[in-house]
Write a protein that binds this ligand. Structure first.
Ligand code: ADP
Length: 498
């Protein structure tokens, strides 16, 4: 099996932990929806009401003017077609009958605005109040004005609170009088007032309906959100069993649920690995500590007087203390690099020379344990990076190759210039390789393969995570290629600095 896998990039950027704020000032979705629903419905009711009122008024006026015109013409016809002597002296009675029949008020007015008919018997015409009642000067003037404007021989117009029909009429041959027929507008006003009351009732009903609907809809929308919030709170408290599922009808919520489930997976993985690390690290701490204690006791009790033995035992103590120190160093490094406390110190340096320097650190393995390092290094390759951190990357990768290489104890290290203005560092071993399913996991913090290895270089399961973090912070391309049973090649590509 052969494959090349770049390390998994975190899909969610970790944020600085911010305290969960319980009391938020933002408005609840319930209220928001209710406000929007109510405002919309009220607006609709208002637009509807106003347009209805305008329409109704308009149509009522058109109808009223048609009606008054018809009635007026009929009344004129009745009066005209009667010979003057046929009234039998009771013209007023005749007019009153027509008033009742047509539901209007009818007057015959003189040119100067006096009311000629109907006459009211038994009234004192000297009484100023009554005189006023008989005074139609204004109405007559208006009527005359409208008649001159009208193209027909009658006029229809809106008078004071009524619709008016007017025309000239010659009741007795020698007179120029006017027929005035009025129909009150009060009916329309009552109708509009009644409609307004109805509109108010409808508005109240609509508000109640909006409230009910918004409660239903917001419940429908907000419930899954509240549920997810509750679950997220449980997740924050370390419950990795929670399962988020958004309402199926909403794409965004389904996505949110998926993202939260992904976050839960990542969190639970980190949590699990962290626990494993504590177990591993405490185990790894314990071994050198036990050794240190044992050898120190030995020096006190046995080898104190024998310089040769004492030195040998003291050396074990020093070595074990070094192991401990490097372990503690790794744990610290990772947390520092991760949290970004130490900024990168970018500068140009000779990577070829630096690689030789690092390889020198492994020289003791050549001498004491027969490891061979086969190198293919182009000279004078410069790059711009944080030298110390890149040194850590190279050291970790070569250390891993030493740890995991095969029986031949061979490690291949190369630094080769490419044609694209970059150079590639790679380190290959001849070990068992990495299982395809582990290829992406090995870069995770605390991950250590299930298999036990004889390890000449101390490891904590943090090495590759440090490598990944440093290279990512430099924005460099890197990865691993591995063939099972044949070995693995770890690589990183650097830009050439002229
Ligand atoms: P450590 O080596 O301390 O366990 P690392 O983070 O360096 O931790 O590596 C993580 C895991 O990746 C190792 O436990 C091992 O399973 C795997 N690994 C790393 N380098 C190699 C390699 N060259 N060959 C095979 N497996 C490797």
């Amino acid at each position: 099996m052969h494959g090349s896998v770049a390390p998994k990039q975190p899909k969610i950027k970790p944020r600085r932990t911010r305290r969960y704020r319980k009391k938020q000032r933002s408005t609840s979705i319930y209220f928001l929806l209710w406000a929007i629903f109510s405002a919309l419905s009220l607006l609709i009711v208002l637009i509807f009401g106003v347009s209805q009122q305008l329409l109704m008024e308009q149509s009522y006026k058109t109808e009223a003017s048609q009606e008054i015109a018809e009635k007026g013409e009929k009344i004129r016809g009745h009066i005209k077609n009667r010979p003057p002597d046929s009234f039998g002296g009771n013209e007023s009675g005749y007019i009153h009958i027509m008033e009742m029949e047509y539901d209007v008020r009818i007057f015959i007015l003189s040119e100067d605005g006096r009311r000629i008919l109907p006459q009211e018997p038994n009234v004192d015409m000297t009484d100023p109040d009554i005189q006023e009642y008989f005074d139609f000067t204004e109405e007559t003037a208006e009527l005359k004005k409208q008649l001159t404007k009208s193209t027909a021989d009658f006029a229809v117009f809106e008078g004071d609170g009524e619709y008016v029909y007017g025309c000239e009429i010659a009741l007795y041959e020698d007179s120029t009088w006017y027929l005035y027929v009025g129909k009150s507008l009060s009916l329309m006003e009552t109708a509009i007032a009644r409609m307004n009351v109805r509109m108010v009732l409808i508005a109240v009903f609509v508000l109640v309906l909006a409230f009910a609907m918004s409660s239903a809809v917001s419940g429908w929308l907000a419930k899954p959100i509240s549920e997810m919030t509750e679950k997220a709170r449980r997740l924050a408290q370390g419950d990795f069993e929670v399962d988020f599922h958004g309402a199926d009808y909403n794409k965004e919520m389904v996505e949110l649920a998926e993202t939260l489930n992904f976050a839960r997976e990542e969190l639970s993985k980190t949590d699990r690995m962290q626990k494993e690390l504590i177990a591993n690290v405490s185990h790894d701490f314990k071994t050198p500590l036990t050794m240190i204690k044992a050898y120190a006791s030995m020096i006190i009790e046995i080898s104190g007087d024998n310089p040769e033995k004492r030195n040998k035992h003291a050396q074990v103590i020093v070595d074990e203390a070094d192991r401990l120190a490097s372990l503690v160093g790794d744990v610290l490094d990772l947390s520092k690099i991760r949290s970004g406390v130490t900024p990168l110190e970018m500068k140009a340096f000779d990577m070829s020379a630096y690689l030789y320097e690092i390889l020198d650190r492994f020289a003791y393995l050549k001498e004491t344990q027969g490891y061979q390092f086969i190198t293919d290094i182009d000279d004078g390759l410069y790059t711009r990076a944080d030298e110390l951190k890149i040194g850590q990357v190279l050291y970790n990768l070569i250390g891993n190759a030493v740890n995991y290489t095969g029986e031949d104890k061979t490690v291949f290290v190369s630094l080769k210039k490419q044609t694209d203005g970059q150079f590639r560092f790679s380190v290959r071993d001849t070990g068992k390789g990495i299982k395809p399913e582990e290829m992406s996991e090995i870069w995770d913090r605390y991950y250590r393969s299930s298999e036990a290895h004889k390890r000449p270089v101390q490891g904590t399961g943090l090495g590759l995570s440090i490598v990944k973090t440093i290279l990512q912070r430099h924005n460099l391309q890197f990865g691993v290629e591995s063939e099972q049973g044949k070995g693995s090649t770890f690589y990183a590509v650097f830009p050439i600095e002229q």
